[in-house]
Design a protein around this ligand. Sequence first.
Ligand code: SF4
Length: 328
Amino acid sequence: MQRVFSGIQPSGELHIGNYLGAVRNWVALQSEYECIFCIVDLHAITQPYDPKELSARTFEMAVGLLAAGLDPERCTLFVQSHVPEHTELAWALSTVAPLGELERMTQFKDKAAREETVPAALLNYPVLQAADILLYLAEKVPVGEDQLQHLELAREIARRWNARFGTALFPEPQPVLSKARRIVGLDGSAKMSKSLGNTIGVLESPEAIWEKLRPAMTDPARKTRRDPGTPEICNIYALHQHFSTPAQVAHVAEMCRTAGWGCLDCKRMLADNMIAALAPVRERAADLKRHPERVRSVLGRGAAHCRRIAGETMARVRDVMGLSARDA
Ligand code: SF4
């Protein structure tokens, strides 16, 4: 069975952008592949953060992932910093990672432009990502389109490292693209992201979901209820496609084009469907929060399993790089 690796930042509560764009796909992949999923706290510290909050955010993300359907009997879930080999391999790979390519990464340029002083970890972020994947010799990586550039770099790093040390240890990982490629936030313009405050949390109450959807951006042409709209340019319509039935989606398009209803009616239908779809996830999360020891046990078993695989890979890496203790 081919091995899949993917990671998610510990941004706290899972939001519907993560859920639709990545996690729903992960849940499906569990039955097809040997899956390893990682909460990437070492990536999270490349941005300003509060150390007092990080472990709570990591725990919240684990709760969200398990509640959303990751099954510890069918996949491995762990926290990146609990397996120290990730940083060791990142250092080994940085010896062949091309600086020019790292500087050309779109995410690096975007984030670096917002910083007064750019931390080196921001530049090396894709090297750590390559290490995350290659440490487990993963063949497949579910990614969003915005991560394709980093995955291509991971493939190049694997090729360069194999060539430099005359081995075929690392496979070149292939992307598995999610059907929901880019979930736009409630502002209707940027990708849904906690840092932009344009999200709906998967575990939010029905009231909170409605309070967030009600003012969400729609087609600006619909200034009044009598103005017809174009559903294809409206993010509410895009969200209907994930939560409503095909008949409801067709009805939404018709009512929008003919000004048959107002945007609030349209959002109310979406809110009701979203609340119903997420209710089982909320219930499972509430149960897990009542039993935090279950979540810690899953993460502990996941880290132990990953340390075994990572230890084997690093023994081979140290060997071919002349770093083995027995050679000294
Ligand atoms: S009716 Fe629905 S699809 Fe049309 S603009 Fe309003 S919210 Fe968007």
